[in-house]
Design a protein around this ligand. Structure first.
Ligand code: NAD
Length: 369
């Protein structure tokens, strides 16, 4: 196994790994451990170049720092990427080799599942290291985090509707869901139960058909779902969906969904705000899954975990309040609130007179409820 350290300002540690025996090509980035050991998923994707994989791991690990800070979790931000095809390149040997890479971080980075990996893959990795979470339910782990993510998104949707219309009720509200996969289907089910009129768009006809059958949803083509006239558009598929073109085509008052990195650029956020569309910053509203995965590390009971997931509603309201007061878009307000948490924790960490743990707890009550 060849390991190489990569220096990058603003990141605590980045290492790339290459193992010819197993075909493993991976990169692990620890962005910040200011709030606690860094956590973040293992993404497996056939990246065209190593540069592309590095860019992804840098962006994703930084986003994890902000997500954990916003969620009030005592964990930092990290991420791994593996260059490979999830359908072809997995093997027990590859996971063992990857587990050895994780071990070299000595617990400063804890891995979990992400796009291209499953809780069962985490079980394999766990044969080589303790520093992995998000294992399968049959191995005593959490299993699929998507239902928790969907529950948090639902709480966030209610808060966003309340902010926009003065009423968080779902009855009769028209919602367009882009992508009825693991999160989107759970969300659609909960929205349907709340009395929402659903419109769905998914290239997978089977999933779209299931939503039509189970929730009396209207199905539209995936190309048109964002153009649907509705109260709220919920992106629950790929990132980068909100760009200058799609923003011009939106016919909703609110955008609130689970997809990561929904804004294609800073300018896209400004364009949304200019159109008067309320945006629920993705890393705040979609934190239910990471809260559930980090719950054991954060010492949360199942009831405490659920309360924290429901607390996404209050944290989102804090974001909207700061955005309104400061005259800035919500995603900038969310960044500021997360940075407040991080700066306060950093100040606490280096303050000689009080124990680090106590400082962290106090800092966490800042953004979180
Ligand atoms: P998934 O792969 O289970 O579902 C994605 C769905 O989107 C699939 O049904 C797919 O067919 C559909 N889709 C793909 N392209 C589409 C398009 N152009 N238009 C409409 N639909 C399209 O993924 P998931 O786990 O449900 O995650 C959805 C999003 O939420 C991702 O961006 C993910 O990063 C984010 N997220 C997921 C979790 C989680 O707990 N799973 C947590 C946080 C964030």
């Amino acid at each position: 196994m060849k390991a190489r350290t990569i220096q990058m300002p603003g990141y605590e540690r980045i290492a790339s790994f290459c193992d010819t025996d197993t075909g493993l090509k991976a990169c692990i980035a620890v962005h910040s451990t200011v709030l606690g050991p860094s956590m973040g998923g293992v993404r497996m994707h056939p990246y065209a170049t190593e540069g592309e994989a590095l860019k992804d791991v840098l962006q994703l690990s930084r986003a994890m720092t902000y997500k954990a800070a916003a969620a009030g979790l005592p964990v930092g931000g990290g991420k791994s990427v593996i260059i490979g095809d999830p359908a072809r390149d997995k093997s027990p040997e590859l996971w063992r080799a990857f587990g050895a890479c994780l071990e070299s971080f000595g617990g400063r980075y804890i891995a979990g599942e992400d796009m291209g990996t499953t809780p069962e893959d985490m079980d394999e990795i766990a044969r080589a290291t303790r520093h992995v979470m998000g294992r399968s339910a049959s191995s005593g782990g959490l299993g699929d985090p998507a239902p928790h993510t969907a529950r948090g998104v639902l709480a966030g949707i209610r808060a966003a509707l309340k902010w926009r219309y003065g009423d968080g009720s779902l009855e009769g509200v028209r919602v367009a869901v882009q992508g009825v996969g693991a999160v989107g289907m759970n969300l659609a089910e909960a929205l349907h139960r709340g009395g929402v009129q659903l419109v769905v768009g998914d290239p997978c006809e089977e999933r779209a058909g299931e939503a039509v059958k189970r929730f009396s949803a209207e199905a539209v083509s995936p190309e048109d779902i964002h153009k649907t006239k509705c109260d709220l558009f919920a992106p629950c598929a790929m990132g980068g969906i909100l760009n200058q073109q799609t923003i011009r085509e939106l016919r909703c008052a609110v955008v609130a969904g689970s997809a990561n990195n929904q804004l294609s650029s800073v300018a896209a956020g400004d364009a949304l705000a200019k159109r008067g569309i309320l945006f629920a910053p993705d890393y705040v509203i979609n934190a239910g899954g990471v809260i559930a995965i980090a719950a054991p590390l954060a010492g949360l009971t199942p009831a405490g975990r659920d309360k924290k997931i429901e607390g996404i509603a209050d944290r989102l309201t804090q974001v909207f309040t700061r955005a309104e007061q400061a005259g800035i878009p919500p995603e900038k307000a969310a960044d500021q609130l997360s940075e407040d948490v991080l700066h306060a924790a950093e100040a606490g960490r280096f303050h000689p007179s009080s124990p680090e743990k106590e400082k962290r707890t106090r800092v966490h009550s800042g953004f979180a409820t």
